[in-house]
Design a protein around this ligand. Structure first.
Ligand code: GSH
Length: 214
């Protein structure tokens, strides 16, 4: 497959797919949107379950490659467009830490925030994938305190992932609005790509609600 094969982003506004779209914009990547109206349940129809059997967005198709799961998509896309400089190269000493903090999002942060949001009884630290909520968030806070980005002055695709994640988890009151998280999220959400997609998302979400009659 050629790098220049078309990219399709399976998308719904104001979801976890928003961050992927922001990343595509930050990368200057050409892409098409395949929009799903989640308010009418399009994500659970057979056509989309054939793309992602979990019925979740984001997913991308790049030529013959179908990629689901945000962390995989972020790594894949940032590597696909190296000129944007958002992915440390394989021989860059930052590559390992970069992968660590991207994987941390899916393996530790997401299960922790969902447990917290749903008020689930949590597993003992030795069995929980994230130890406990405070340790999970404390490790992030320590890393971000060095600032302004996860790896100092250098912005990477991991910062797009985390900036968008802090924005929505603070909005839902799951993550506390500590200065370090608020300032970090603002660094990403004030960028033109997030502003542009945020405005388009608001309009698209209103259209979806109207189409669903809600
Ligand atoms: N593990 C997935 C989770 C994605 C996810 O939870 N997406 C939500 C949107 S924020 C979704 O598609 N929900 C639709 C549904 O379950 O009906 C990932 O990291 O990409």
């Amino acid at each position: 497959m050629t790098r220049s094969a078309p990219i399709t982003l399976y998308y719904s506004p104001q979801t976890r797919a928003t961050g992927t779209r922001v990343l595509l914009e930050e990368l200057g990547a050409p892409y098409d949107l395949h929009v799903l109206n989640m308010k009418t349940g399009e994500q659970r129809q057979p056509a989309y379950l054939a793309i992602n059997p979990l019925g979740k967005v984001p997913a991308i198709r790049h030529g013959d490659a179908l990629v689901t799961e945000q962390v995989a998509i972020y790594i894949y896309l940032a590597d696909l467009f190296p000129k944007a400089g958002l992915a440390p190269a394989l021989d860059d000493p930052m590559r390992g830490p970069y992968l660590r903090w991207i994987a941390y999002y899916g393996s530790s942060f997401e299960p922790a925030v969902i447990d917290k949001f749903m008020k689930h009884e949590t597993a003992p630290v030795t069995q929980s994938p994230y130890a406990d909520y405070d340790s999970m968030l404390g490790a992030l806070e320590a890393q971000l305190s060095k600032g302004p980005y996860l790896f100092g002055d250098r912005i990477t695709a991991a910062d797009i992932l985390w900036g968008v994640a802090f924005n929505w988890t603070m909005m839902f009151g799951i993550v506390p609005k500590k200065d370090v998280f608020v300032r970090y999220a603002e660094r990403i959400t004030s960028r033109p790509a997030f502003q542009r997609i945020g405005a388009e998302d608001a309009a698209m979400a209103a259209q979806h609600a109207a189409a669903a009659g809600v």
